[in-house]
Write a protein that binds this ligand. Sequence first.
Ligand code: ADP
Length: 517
Amino acid sequence: MHTILKKYFGYDAYREGQESIIEQIVSGQDALIIMPTGGGKSICYQVPAMMLEGVTVVISPLIALMKDQVEALLQNGIPATFLNSSITAQEMRTRLEGISQGEYKLVYIAPEALMTSQFTRLSRHLNIQLVAVDEAHCISQWGHDFRPSYKNISEWIDQLGKRPIIAAFTATATKEVREDILELLKLRDPFVKISGVKRENLIYKVIRPTKKYDYLKEWFEKVPKEHTGIIYCATRKTVESLTDKLKKEGYSVAAYHAGMSTEARNKTQDAFMLDKKQIIVATNAFGMGIDKPDVRFVIHYNMPKNMEAYYQEAGRAGRDGEESECLLMYDASDIVKQKLLIAQGTNDPIRYRMMLSNLQALVQYCHTSACLNGEIMRYFGEPDPETQCGYCGNCLDTSELIDETLTSQKLLSCVYRVGQRYGMNLVIDVLRGSKAQRIIDWKLNEVSTYGILKEKSVQELKDLTMFLIAEGYLSITTDEFPVLKLNALSQEILKGQRTVMMKQSQRHVSSSKSKKT
Ligand code: ADP
């Protein structure tokens, strides 16, 4: 094992965990390996591939990565090839012929290509000892990156002459996803290894600036020019407008989203890999499979759709183990936007509820005053989550707790008085005693809560409303125009059975006096 590591990969020692995984796989046991991005999963199937007879098939959804991995293996003297839609029919035939002649130790294949008649026919006669399923969470509908083609894997394995060892790898998997992987890949008595979701070198922060863009610019003033990183946005439109703005300010920046041509996307990707651009502004289309070790920051300009997606995207920072920052910026509209996307994205009520609750976990992460590392560890089911990592934005935040019970009661009672029929902006208008035409027209200036919080700013009331929603103290519908509704916890607050405590820093910060920078 050590000779192979040194001879082919040039490393002196295995990282923690790698050795036992390799031993289990080589001894013939199925495996489910959950290891953080950058943890070193590839070695865990590449070394067994060299130790076992015959060929190892690696199933990967990442066409770009496949090519890189195969090139790296070839450079190390390991015979490998890949099959996917990027190669010509002629090249495909040549490679299939090579595979049937036993020329390769590793064959990377896209899941869509598994069930092509040529490959299925060929694979029945091959001596396939190991099937490594990379990014195995893609098999689960509950995962953040479901790929229907992953469902082919089991069917393909079933028709092989002899059942190979199956090893599944992923960076993130909640309990549901883990169960799906075990079931859908039909793993037999697998060796399961969940190794630390905690990334010691990542500094997580959550921030709710009044003006995101100003905050961002100020943040960049402290970032050395040689530090490269990614800014994720929720939509292509935001990617484009933010890229333009930063470009005009003289930043070294390029955009990436799925609406761009392949050529333009490749150009951005290359510029990033070669450090020719400092900042990539992108949708979530960017990053999967991009193995740049020295990404120093990952900023989310909008809130992503759930905790898994966040962990995965933020996890692209600091693969080299050096200190890196993961900054999540969000505001109320991000949550509303994500809820709408969820509502539009599915008709299945079970899936809808699941996705909403996944989003809710991230909303809570945004609002919590607890250790952010601990929140992530708890979410991913680590048995012993952190209580105080001492270096995340929240652990470093020393702002005081403020009792907002009375203001909350006024706000909730206004929601009740206007008949639980309106959204946040209108309720705030009523509370502040606005003379807007619609308030007068709808006689909302006659309700008893009209003007009872006129001393508060719109922003303060928005912060409080969002906080109440995030804590589950107030409900919001997922319609196109979301409506505020009271729930059981709202009633408890109204009856004085529950207090509302909010950290000073959970209010909006204007860019220059942020506590959470
Ligand atoms: P993952 O697939 O888990 O995200 P990789 O397999 O790409 O991670 O490994 C991340 C980085 O760590 C790669 O650059 C890889 O070469 C390196 N690496 C993996 N194992 C070792 C090891 N035992 N010693 C040194 N470097 C390693």
